[in-house]
Design a protein around this ligand. Sequence first.
Ligand code: PA5
Length: 353
Amino acid sequence: MSVLDSPPLYKQLDPSGMLGHLHRFPEECRRAWDNSMRLGLPSEYASVNKVVISGMGGSAIGGEFIRRLAVLDNSVPVAVHRDYGLPPFVDRDTLLIFSSYSGNTEETISCFTESLSTPARKLAITTGGKLKELAQQEGFPVLAIDYASPPRAAFPHSFVSLLGIFNALGLIRDKTADSQETLQVLGSIAGQAGQGVPLASNPAKQLATQLHGRVTVVYGAGLLTEVAQRWKTQINENSKAWAFHEALPELNHNAVVGYQFPPEVGAGAVVVLLHSPLLHQRVSLRYHLTQELLARQAVKHRMVEATGRSALAQMLGMVLLGDYVSLYLAMLNGVDPTGVPQIDYLKSRLSQS
Ligand code: PA5
């Protein structure tokens, strides 16, 4: 029997319950959507012509997803600002959203402080901290995240809150029907990849087993570009493992040349290609040709196909699948998926100076 099919392992290695957050993922998406519908923003927020989302790490990735959906809908331009300070183009026609789970991330607070001298429309998404306090002082709307978890496990809240806000303001095409479909896809992924499903029929446990002991490189394209990034960061933080991500078609113009050296890197890597039937036909062809090049260099690789009709369902379904893979990989690595001591160390050292 695989260790992944042994319930005591999860009790021992996952005392803070990261697995429980994955089980609740579909339900938390539903709650976050309802929560964002209750927010009620000033009507002038709907007349902006661009959006900037300020955030870092687990609080920034939701911004990347909404940026992608806005591109697919050919709607408002969205920039994700993962840095100190403020992009120079922020003006009164900008909706500036500060996203920080803790509300204490210094890059995001720096952006907030600099933004006070601009006439941009502002909004905070947070559980509390300095961000909530300052936003309330300044009289900006705050969407309060009501979910206790590590920031990355609150992705249903950080992303779906943005989705609900964009939807309510008419900044993307109406996503009500796609949200319903997404919940069905998430339910089906949870049914296939949950901890109770044995390795023999569980695609997430099988993939984690293939990644174990190797460096993971995740490839994505179009609507799955940011999903590949999410897989990478979840493998870093949950599994405590090396992982990288790249985007097609760009990687066909450089990365494919570098499979050769050093040979031990190629021999110890696995490339996971996240594919969607919604991708451009030529990009799909590139996936197959890239697999040929990987095979020629004897680099292990696996294609993972997105399910669902809409882009939203495919993106979130693939996120949940990747989250399960990273959790199972943590179990195989014998580590607690929740703690991120290196991030805590950096934040504490920075706060001292
Ligand atoms: O996953 C994490 O814990 C980090 O990537 C955090 O999200 C990041 O450090 C930013 O913190 P916060 O989400 O509290 O703003």
